[in-house]
Design a protein around this ligand. Structure first.
Ligand code: ZN
Length: 264
């Protein structure tokens, strides 16, 4: 009977912690509160930014800020026009270009965008930069971090986590954020996203960049360059954003939908 009640409570908690992803509508389990995710990831972000050096290249920095602001505005427009304005308060945007030859970029929960100088070599236009940023922002909007933290919590703490670890500013949540981001470490290696999250971020990113006025077709050319680079043993970006041969095909499938939002 006890076990049955336990199972019942667990099921209830899981049901109550279900969410759904904007735009795609996919159901997801989110065990950590928005505020908790923001607090934990902000700590990681602050630590990272303390160790990072900002780029001295003003032109490229301006490009990152310019495109970033447009993507942020488009994302908020999307949320507002789809009855999700309550999500906007979770974003406090920041756009950074940092000194590093690594081919990488990320967006932390809360809209903290970091682009590495190394990835700018692969950027031929604002449209292509918008493809990266749209994709990264999509990970944040879709709460993929929360989902990953939830999965890690379940793996490491089991069912106990459902009742205790998530309440308050628990050390479990802080630890898990450290595991997911690893930003305190020298290389700032994040846990790779799953392919499911990658495809979802591609889909949403296309829409956000199109609303911002960038040509979504640039996402195809950008990811093609990344895929070619992988063969030569390059991008770190591909290790945190795992891909497969079907990625470009999938991207193309979403293009007609994205092009509806794109007004030149
Ligand atoms: Zn990704």
């Amino acid at each position: 009977m006890k076990r049955f009640i336990g199972l019942f409570v667990t099921t209830l908690l899981l049901l109550s912690s279900c969410g759904s992803v904007p735009l795609t509508g996919r159901r997801q389990v989110l065990l950590v509160g928005d505020q908790e995710v923001l607090t934990a990831s902000l700590t990681q972000y602050d630590n990272y930014m303390k160790s990072a050096k900002r780029s001295a290249n003003q032109t490229m920095t301006n490009q990152v800020v310019r495109v970033g602001k447009n993507i942020a505005a488009a994302t908020e427009t999307y949320l507002r026009t789809n009855g999700l304005e309550s999500e906007i308060k979770n974003f406090s945007w920041e756009f950074n270009l940092v000194q590093s030859a690594d081919v990488n970029a990320f967006c932390m929960p809360g809209g903290k965008i970091v682009v590495y100088e190394g990835i700018m070599k692969y950027i031929a236009s604002d449209d292509e930069l918008a493809a990266i940023m749209g994709h990264e922002v999509a990970h944040a909007v879709a709460k993929h971090s929360n989902e990953r933290m939830s999965q890690q919590l379940m793996t490491e703490y089991g069912a106990a986590v459902l009742g205790t670890a998530i309440s308050g500013t628990s050390s479990a949540v802080q630890n898990i954020a450290g595991t997911v981001y690893g930003l305190g470490t020298q290389y700032g290696i994040m846990l790779p996203y799953s392919r499911k999250h990658e495809y979802e971020a591609d889909h949403m990113g296309l829409i956000f960049m199109a609303i911002a006025g960038y040509n979504p077709q640039a996402a195809v050319s950008f990811w093609q360059k990344m895929a070619q680079g992988k063969e030569g043993g390059i991008p770190e970006f591909m290790s945190t954003h795992p891909s497969d041969v079907n990625r470009i095909t999938e991207l193309r499938k979403y293009l007609p939908e994205a092009l509806k939002y794109y007004k030149k």
